[in-house]
Write a protein that binds this ligand. Structure first.
Ligand SMILES: Cc1cc2nc3c(=O)[nH]c(=O)nc-3n(C[C@H](O)[C@H](O)[C@H](O)COP(=O)(O)O)c2cc1C
Length: 182
């Protein structure tokens, strides 16, 4: 079984990165082979709306995201992590989501194998957690449309400092448990 983690924050060892890693560590303990990708290390473009993927099984663009899209297709579980930037997920993350359009077939159904599990991780500076929960809730809908089972959403507030999560044993434990339960 394969679990991959995708970090949409440019901050290495920041809050999202650490929480995604914690979920992956739990998954590894549960028997998954794990890999983590930092989107900010990759060079890729957004969807070009060329519809090549509606007559072929893959995205026409050949860049650093091509391999990651294949990894998502093959994974049994995916941990999707993004910070909140101006109320939404980061630009790095959104570019990837648009490229996931290539997982939708001409009949507008998902071409992904059913039964994949997903965990979503978010972090925000705002102390008011419910104020910004829409970003993750909307992305969870996208994942469900693609056939994922969204097993858990882990949300962190007061995440201004990159290492703020180290004081949040509750969230680190929740992330590890989510990975163990995959
Ligand atoms: C460009 C930018 C936009 C941001 N916009 C918001 C926002 O709209 N609401 C919020 O609560 N925090 C916002 N933040 C703060 C981040 O969401 C917060 O620091 C988060 O914990 C970062 O996660 P990380 O440590 O994984 O990078 C923003 C930060 C940046 C750099």
């Amino acid at each position: 079984m394969k679990a991959i983690g995708i970090v949409g924050s440019p901050r290495k060892n920041g809050n999202v990165d650490r929480l995604v890693q914690e979920v992956l560590d739990g998954a590894e303990e549960a028997g998954y082979e794990i890999t983590k990708y930092n989107l900010n290390d990759l060079s890729y473009s957004g969807c070009q709306a060329c519809d090549y993927c509606k007559s072929h099984e893959n995205c026409k663009i050949d860049d650093d995201l091509s391999g990651l899209l294949e990894e998502i297709r093959e994974a049994d579980a995916v941990v999707f992590g993004s910070p909140i930037y101006f109320l939404l997920f980061s630009g790095q993350f959104k570019l990837m989501v648009d490229r996931m359009y290539s997982f939708i077939d001409p009949g507008f159904r998902s071409s992904l194998a059913p039964g994949k599990k997903a965990v979503i991780v978010t972090s925000q500076g705002n102390p008011d957690l419910p104020a910004l929960e829409k970003a993750a809730d909307d992305f969870a809908e996208v994942l469900r449309f693609l056939g994922f089972e969204v097993a858990e959403i882990i949300r962190m507030e007061n995440g201004g400092a990159p290492d703020a999560v180290l004081e949040r044993k509750d969230l680190l434990d929740k992330a590890k448990s989510a990975g163990l339960a995959l």
